[in-house]
Ligand binder design. Structure first.
Ligand code: GLN
Length: 479
């Protein structure tokens, strides 16, 4: 087995036993990135100097015989909308092409404190808006399982980096599925934590009431390790919460709900087959399965595409050609008439098509004449969706669904049709609207293409999800 194939848990054991050094492990990943990044384009920035100096520090601790944390010396990749002090942070947007992060995101600070090694920053759909990583201003990431296909999005760079062994684990962000859907497309594990479980401080805001940072890993065990490090209340994010995990019950005692609204026309029959086979196998292992109903599911996508762009339009107002990044003034462009002209031209030239589309949608939905008809209505629908889950969770402990209606699609296949692209998140969006934790676990393959299973839990029941996930990985997963 090559160094770069190790999980966090395996690499930690080898570091402690001095079978490898963090420096050699880091070097192995950097070499791998050098070899593969041209083909897959997972990384936008590689932070070799930072990585090697962090690795040396951990090796010093080990050689002095000090006890090290489980993440110490373990190399990771970070989505390029999460700030790492002193390094570029572009959100894959031209408007932030040369932006250097002035501080660490809280999740990054926590990971640094544990001694984890930062290899670089990964590609994404611009400002995390998309489902394929094709909306990056710097080029599309490719799926390592099939290079003609997308890795999913928006955390496609992070998921591809984990799948191609170009890092041991990665951080992504999830607003409507951006951790789970790429994890599913690339055949890795992705956890979106409960809203408020992980600080959003230092995550470039897309839609603040939906965004969460979470881990993308090779195993469920690794996702648990990372989640435990990055979660917790942060005084710098007032929406983060001091929480106690719901005590995980033994898997054999769990009742699993299968929502009938998630098995709909339009889902690839091969995907449905894999999910149904997984459920059958669970039943054969004496796990209790119950059909449930989440009646407002059909409104989730439309509700999300009002709430999310509304928040996007407010959050992205800060990129105005004055405060941050790209500006027609700094470009010394001739013919700029006045301040309004600076705003308009900087935003038009600096922001991509999808981002501008969403800003316009959101501005429209929030405008005086339409606020009540769109935004306010969508917020009410959001409450109904949340209540569906609350009712369901009175009867069941976890809910199983597909992650995405189809496996990874071809590069270019959906880019000219935003509405079809939006549909690939139809199963992942509702947990964000309801603030619930959810994981994507590899469940099978259609040909060579991985398919993930989504497991959704009650607020702050990550432990239960992860315990079930480990059981699933051991007993059911088919590859
Ligand atoms: N793909 C979804 C969108 O385009 C979700 C994005 C995300 O989770 N960041 O909005």
């Amino acid at each position: 087995m090559e160094f770069y194939e190790l999980t966090i848990a395996e690499a930690h054991e080898k570091l402690v036993k001095k079978e490898i050094s963090s420096f050699d492990l880091t070097k192995a990943f950097l070499r791998r990135i050098e070899e593969l990044n041209e083909s897959f384009f997972s990384y936008l920035t590689v932070t070799s100097n930072l990585a090697l100096s962090q690795a040396k520090k951990v090796d010093d601790l080990i050689s002095r015989g000090e006890k090290i944390d489980i993440l110490a010396g373990i190399p990771l990749a970070i989505k390029d909308n999460i700030l790492v002090k002193g390094e570029k942070c572009t959100a894959a947007s031209k408007i932030l092409e040369d932006y250097i992060a002035p501080y660490d995101a809280t999740a990054v600070k926590k990971i640094k404190e544990k001694g984890s090694v930062i290899l670089g920053k990964t590609n994404l759909d611009e400002f995390a808006m998309g489902s394929s990583t094709e909306n990056s201003a710097f080029g599309a990431t490719k799926n390592p399982r099939d290079i003609s296909r997308v890795p999913g999005g928006s955390s496609g760079g992070s998921a591809a980096a984990v799948a191609a062994n170009m890092c041991c684990y990665a951080l992504g962000s999830d607003t409507g599925g951006s951790i789970r859907q790429p994890a599913s497309f690339c055949g890795v594990v992705g956890l979106k934590p409960t809203y408020g479980a992980v600080s959003r401080y230092g995550l470039m805001a897309m839609a603040s009431s939906l965004d969460q940072i979470g881990p993308i890993t090779k195993t469920v065990e690794d996702a648990k390790i990372v989640f435990e490090v990055i979660s917790g209340k942060d005084p710098l994010d007032s929406t983060s919460i001091e929480f106690q995990q719901i005590v995980a019950r033994p898997v054999s005692d769990l009742i699993i709900g299968i929502p009938k609204e998630y098995f709909i026309k339009g889902t690839d029959p091969e995907v449905e087959k894999i999910i149904r086979a997984s459920i059958k196998k669970l039943e054969s292992l004496n796990i209790k399965i119950e059909e449930i109903s989440l009646p407002h599911t059909e409104y989730a996508l439309s509700c999300y595409y009002i709430v999310m762009p509304s928040e996007v339009s407010a959050n992205l107002a800060r990129y105005d050609g004055i405060k941050y990044g790209y500006s027609v003034v700094r470009q010394k462009r001739e013919g700029t008439k006045d301040l309004l002209d600076v705003y308009l031209r900087s935003r038009e030239e600096g922001l991509g098509e999808e981002v501008r589309r969403r800003i316009m949608l959101g501005t429209y939905a929030l405008s005086a004449g339409y606020y009540e008809a769109y935004y306010l209505k969508a917020q009410k629908v959001r409450t109904l969706i949340k209540q569906d889950f609350e009712k369901a969770f009175k009867k069941v402990d976890l809910i199983l669904t597909p992650v995405s209606p189809a496996p990874a699609f071809k590069i270019g296949e959906k880019i000219t049709d935003p509405l079809t692209m939006y549909l690939s998140d139809i199963f992942t969006i509702a947990p964000n609207l309801a603030g619930l934790p959810a994981i994507s676990i590899p469940a099978g393959k259609v040909g060579e293409l991985p398919v993930g299973l989504q497991v959704v839990g009650k607020p702050f029941s990550e432990n239960t999800i992860l315990e079930f996930g480990q059981f699933f990985e051991k007993n059911i997963k088919v590859f």
